[in-house]
Design a protein around this ligand. Structure first.
Ligand code: ZN
Length: 393
């Protein structure tokens, strides 16, 4: 159901991951989030980190806040995006060195940055039937929700990515494993929705990426079926987003510069979600026409208008230009403005992420003004609050 974005045009958000403060040195290292929250040092650093993320997003004028993935450990290139999940699933063994280059990683070797990512993955074996998970996404949301009146989006890796990032020693095939994981993850999302989260985000169905790599074990139709099992029943309770991109480990694109969503869009459109997020900045609006043409009108589209892969902060005029081009194909009330992917995972500094968020909202305000929509106040761009006197002319 539309909830956080109901009846709103051109609202802004970012994908999820934000750069960790350097002083946030505590990590869970496999412990439940609740255990971390009961340790003084972890609790203080985690909650202070959330407060910093809220303040930065408020100063930038962002509409839908994210928690920055603050529960994830400080691992190489965002390893914890994956390991946070597989370290907390009944049926998975301990993480071990088991290099298993998958899909777009398969052509990488020593000397490539992505090889370092692969070497540090430490994937587990699936040792027995997949049972309960302990992701505690509801607890993650409850930690940040009292800090703001704005909706907060908590996101989590999909069962689809996890199904590739482990060694299947139990199920007869990978699709059977995927369905078991999808069912287990569904319970986590329901706990988050039942806690009152106004929206939630499931990250990376494997549809678009697997189409770039031949000879996959699982078909696009099967990915759709499994994803819809993963999100079953959720739209009755809250707004459901599905995030997609072309890679974010250390801000690296995992596919060709001209990789297109076109063939994947008819399948993505079958996902039982309210909002689909798609890249738009890094590929310079390559697929905007396809988004407008193929995605059904009952879904909203969150388009990336700032890149997580570049350190150069986009100028507001540049962001506005991309938004105008997206509007040629997508109605304003269906268009949400975001980043292509998260700013964390060793991508950039906190300052880069902060100023990219400001540019995103300044660019949105330019277009809002043109369309007669209310502009959003951006405290960080308020000349009256500048510490240096502004000189006319
Ligand atoms: Zn992403």
């Amino acid at each position: 159901m539309f909830n956080a974005t109901k009846d709103k045009a051109l609202i802004t958000t970012t994908t999820g991951a934000l750069p960790r403060p350097n002083w946030y040195t505590e990590n869970l290292r496999g412990a439940p989030l609740s255990t971390g929250f009961s340790r003084t040092a972890y609790r203080e650093q985690h909650f202070d980190c959330l407060a910093c993320h809220v303040a930065a997003q408020n100063k930038a004028g962002i509409d839908i806040l994210v928690d920055g993935d603050a529960r994830l450990d400080d691992d190489v290139a965002g390893r914890s995006w994956v390991s946070y999940a597989y370290e907390r699933i009944e049926g998975m063994g301990p993480p071990q060195v088991a290099v298993q280059p998958y899909a777009a990683m398969a052509d990488k070797g020593p000397g490539d940055y992505i090889w370092e990512v692969i070497e540090t993955r430490l994937t587990p074996d699936v040792e027995g039937p997949i049972g309960a998970t302990d992701l505690q996404l509801d607890r993650a949301w409850k930690a940040i929700a009292p800090m703001t009146d704005k909706p907060v989006k908590v996101g989590s890796i999909s069962a689809q990515v996890i199904s590739h990032m482990c060694n299947n020693e139990h199920y007869s095939d990978r699709y059977e494993l995927l369905m078991a994981l999808s069912e287990a993850f569904n319970a986590e999302y329901h706990a988050l929705a039942d806690a009152g989260a106004p929206l939630l985000q499931i990250e990376e169905p494997s549809i678009h990426q697997s189409m770039q790599v031949p000879n996959q074990e699982i078909s696009a139709e099967q990915y759709v079926e499994a994803f819809n099992r993963e999100v079953a029943g959720l739209r009755d309770k809250t707004e459901v987003w599905c995030h997609t991109c072309w890679g974010s480990r250390g801000a690296q694109k995992m596919f060709a510069a001209d990789a297109s969503y076109e063939k994947a869009l008819p399948y993505l459109d079958q996902l039982d979600v309210d909002v689909i997020t798609l890249e738009g900045a890094s590929n310079n609006g390559l697929d905007f026409a396809h988004y407008g043409e193929i995605i059904s009108k009952d879904k909203k589209i969150a388009v990336g208008v700032v890149s997580h892969r570049t350190l150069q902060i986009e100028r507001p005029e540049e962001v506005a230009d991309l938004i105008r081009r997206a509007l040629e194909h997508i109605e304003p009330e269906r268009l949400i403005l975001s980043s292509d992917c998260g700013f964390g995972r060793q991508a950039m500094s906190r300052s880069h992420a902060f100023y990219k968020m400001i540019s995103l909202v300044r660019g949105a305000n330019i277009v809002r003004r043109e369309l007669g929509l209310d502009e959003v106040y951006i405290p960080a761009a308020d000349a009256g609050l500048s510490m240096v006197p502004m000189v006319d002319g």
